[in-house]
Design a protein around this ligand. Structure first.
Ligand SMILES: C=C(O[C@H]1C=CC=C(C(=O)O)[C@@H]1O)C(=O)O
Length: 456
């Protein structure tokens, strides 16, 4: 068959050009497609599903990656390289399907603690060779390849054959074994408890107003845990969350987060302030009562307000027509309920989704107030490297649309080890023991997915 992709150009192909070919597919499960990539695309896969379940994105293989090391310019590097790549784009097949770049920015490039995140760049984004998108009930598979030369018939045919083989494999029924953790360990528990007391003192001395302190939990397994096993668990266990999974070399980072950092749809921007927590009740009555307690609790309302003020202020600088409700509502997920305030606005001309990510991250729901003071307290007192935990993870397309979640309720797996992460907002009247207990609740979604013990 004659390749229809050949780009007509008088200048020759000196800069990278993105070629894509999209077909619509029926009856293809996103998880099966992800799992079908296990043999040939291991360590180069990703999975994303939004909270509303109207968009699922899976990537297999890397057609193009954008990485950046260091704090400065990581957002603009991704922005510029992505713009450059998508300026030169050639589409075949279903025309409305967009190339979608997926990845994340680490929480704090200045953190140099040796950890499971040692080889993870401060910005890591990938455009998949095989992109699966399910949007509003319709599914598409796109072949994407980036080249400086013209794509020849043979290359295209090989990619089509590979795509068809992946689809065929994904149509076979597979069941996924639930992982079973064989050991459970709370590293740095004593240091964590001491750090909460210390940070509370610092806040009382007015060195900061709020600081989010986190800690890890470590699990081990007798056999290597496969990413598809964990994704299968979160898909069935966490219906009201963003679900994400990202492979990078030996590490698989995944989670089920309730928190949107920012979404842009046709220049309309949305964020959510999520901070302030209480457990779920065992009966409807108790649950409603706990919710009312949370809505009236001064400490939690104070923690929440820092986030609202900061996100609203950032939106006012980058958007017009900012819409903010007068008070928080409840956001209930399986193990916990939060105070939640949605924020909305219209992007100003120069603003983009990545400029919003840059200015919003870290919100006081994950960093603190004032931001720089809180970050240096975190660096000094938190005995871990957060990597992508509490950091922006998500996607953007070539038209300026996209969505980033805050990667909480998350874990990193390397072979037979898993590290789960959870934290909480510390203010002047925080108590170490109740903060510790709150992290136990926040660990639950990942503990359950990984077959760790939970007291339910
Ligand atoms: C830092 C985490 O949660 C944040 C998001 C929602 C509520 C929070 C809180 O109530 O402290 C935290 O700010 C975490 O889950 O690890």
């Amino acid at each position: 068959m004659q390749a229809k992709w050949l780009q007509a150009t008088t200048e020759g192909l000196t800069k990278p050009t993105l070629y894509m070919e999209t077909i619509e597919v029926a009856n293809l499960s996103a998880l099966s497609f992800f799992a079908a990539g296990q043999a040939s695309y291991q360590q180069k896969r990703f999975y994303w599903q939004n909270r509303e379940k109207t968009l699922t994105l899976v990537g297999l293989g890397h057609a193009y990656t954008i990485t950046h090391q260091g704090e400065h310019e990581r957002f603009t590097t991704v922005e510029q390289q992505w713009q450059q790549l998508t300026q030169s784009m050639h589409k075949e097949g279903v025309a409305h399907v967009q190339p979608m770049l997926f990845g994340g920015f680490t929480f704090d490039p200045a953190n140099i603690i040796a950890s499971e995140w040692a080889t993870f760049p401060d910005a890591f984004f990938a455009l998949a060779t095989f992109q699966f998108v399910e949007r509003d009930g319709r599914s598409y598979v796109t072949i994407q390849t980036v080249t400086n030369a013209q794509v020849d018939d043979k290359t295209i045919q090989a990619l089509r054959d590979e795509r068809d083989a992946l689809i065929q494999q994904a149509q076979q029924q597979v069941s996924y074994k639930k992982p079973v953790a064989t050991s459970y360990f709370e590293p740095h528990k004593i240091e964590y408890l001491a750090s909460i007391d210390r940070v509370t003192d610092l806040i009382q001395q007015q060195q900061a107003e709020k600081v989010v302190i986190a800690r890890p939990l470590a699990l081990t397994f007798d056999e290597a845990v496969l990413p598809e096993q964990t994704m299968a668990q979160v898909l069935s266990e966490q219906p009201n969350s963003y679900l994400f999974g990202l492979e990078h070399e030996e590490l698989f980072f995944f989670g089920a987060s309730p928190e949107r950092l920012v979404k842009v749809d046709n220049k309309q921007a949305y964020s959510s302030c999520v901070a302030g927590s209480i457990k779920r009740g065992t009966t409807d009555e108790e649950d409603a009562q706990l919710g009312q307690t949370l809505l009236q609790d001064a400490k939690n309302l104070g923690e929440h307000q820092y986030v609202v003020d900061m996100i609203a202020d950032t939106f006012k600088r980058h958007c017009t027509e900012v819409d903010l409700p007068t008070g928080p509502q409840l956001l209930k997920i399986r193990d916990i309920q939060h105070l939640f305030t949605p924020v909305e606005g219209r992007l100003r001309n120069e603003a983009t989704i990545l400029s919003l990510v840059q200015h919003l991250h870290p919100t006081p729901a994950l960093g603190g107030v004032p931001r720089e003071a809180a970050m240096s307290i975190i660096r000094e007192y938190e005995p871990m490297n957060r990597g992508l935990y509490a950091a922006p993870i998500g996607w953007l397309d070539a038209e300026g649309n996209g969505e980033f979640a805050v990667a909480i309720r998350s874990a990193a797996i390397t072979n037979k080890d898993a590290y789960l992460y959870a934290g909480g907002g510390i203010v002047a009247d925080s108590e170490a023991q109740s903060e510790y207990e709150e992290t136990l609740v926040k660990f639950r979604p990942m503990l359950r997915a990984l077959g760790g013990k939970i007291d339910e």
